[in-house]
Write a protein that binds this ligand. Sequence first.
Ligand SMILES: Cc1ncc(COP(=O)(O)O)c(C=O)c1O
Length: 397
Amino acid sequence: MIPRLKPDLRLSDLIALVPSGDSAEDIGRFERGFAELAGQKHAIAFPYGRTAQIAMLKALGRPGSEVICPSYTCVVVPHAIVKAGMRPVFVDSDPADYNMDWTFAHDATGPETAAVIATSIFGHPVNGDGFRAYRAANPDVIVFQDCAHSFFAGDAHRDGLAAFFGLNVSKIITAIFGGMVTTDDDAFAVKVRSARSSLLSHAGIAQSLRRSLYLAAVIPAFWRPVYGIVNRLERWGALDRFVKYYDPSVIDLPADAFKTMTSIEARTGARQLSRYERIVAHRRRLADLYHHELTGVGDLLMPPKHDAMTVSHFVIRTDHAEYLKSACRTAGVQLGELIDYDCAKMPSYRDAKYIGERRSSAFPAQVINLPVHMGVTLDDAWRICGVIAAEFGASAS
Ligand SMILES: Cc1ncc(COP(=O)(O)O)c(C=O)c1O
């Protein structure tokens, strides 16, 4: 079965399990390599993207103030705002590219606003005209770029005080788990490092062992012949511990959210850096093919085309999402459904401030993600288009 996501991890990456004897240097090397790839002065490693976000927000030193974020984003983003002692203000999204609508962000901004989380969702760069107009009108609001999906799409990561990245196995490049902050601001880098020192305790041997086992399990789990079994276990709920990352009524963090990144993760991440360009190029090729073959088919709403997008996800909307997922599953292809909720609608955030027209609340039932990882060949993508087109009674060219 073709999985909905697959990290570019190979058997040779198991070399990361061999200790180097200098954990601080492993992390330092990964940070320097990441900073170089980002074209920025500083990169600071964390155990998760959400921990990186908490440290950045804490480094601002404005507890109790408001932080604007999209309502249609990963739920861990508002969770991190709350855990940093601040208040999320949710803003509606633009149905054209799923990014936050900057007109609503403008309406949400007031004297209590400390920062805005600018999210380049699904790899669509956020820094267009709306973003520039918002910044010009609100020069005192700190911008943090959420590049967990997009990485370096359109250089958005440099359009703010700092950026944060997620590095779990669903991301463009991975460090098994892990997160990163990048910035060009020397003084802010010092503050983030200091927040990291006070927030995190050292990951011990047990944590390293857990990460080692995870790496060793994840490589075969995504092999096609094995993935059919993994998918069945997932649908039975047997893998909930690994794949279900939120409970809609609880604002929580993983038990190891405040442990330092392990050296195994740093060594794995460092090996990924040189693969970044090739991975993104492959995703763009698949996106081009999907656009070419599926535009105009049935009721499919295609994502925007943008030269700079890194295609972390190829998201289409349809009123037949369940039907297409089931047809593709029968044909041996798993379609994803990220993000299948709207944060402001969750019980935990019912009382939070919201600015918008609830447009993004229509997305969860409609979105499906076509696979764009390195395990999908152009022939696979043709076949996937054929299955989808056939379901609509059309034929792929
Ligand atoms: C848009 C977005 N921001 C932030 C994060 C946080 O990353 P992490 O899961 O590493 O905490 C994620 C997680 O996948 C995400 O999708």
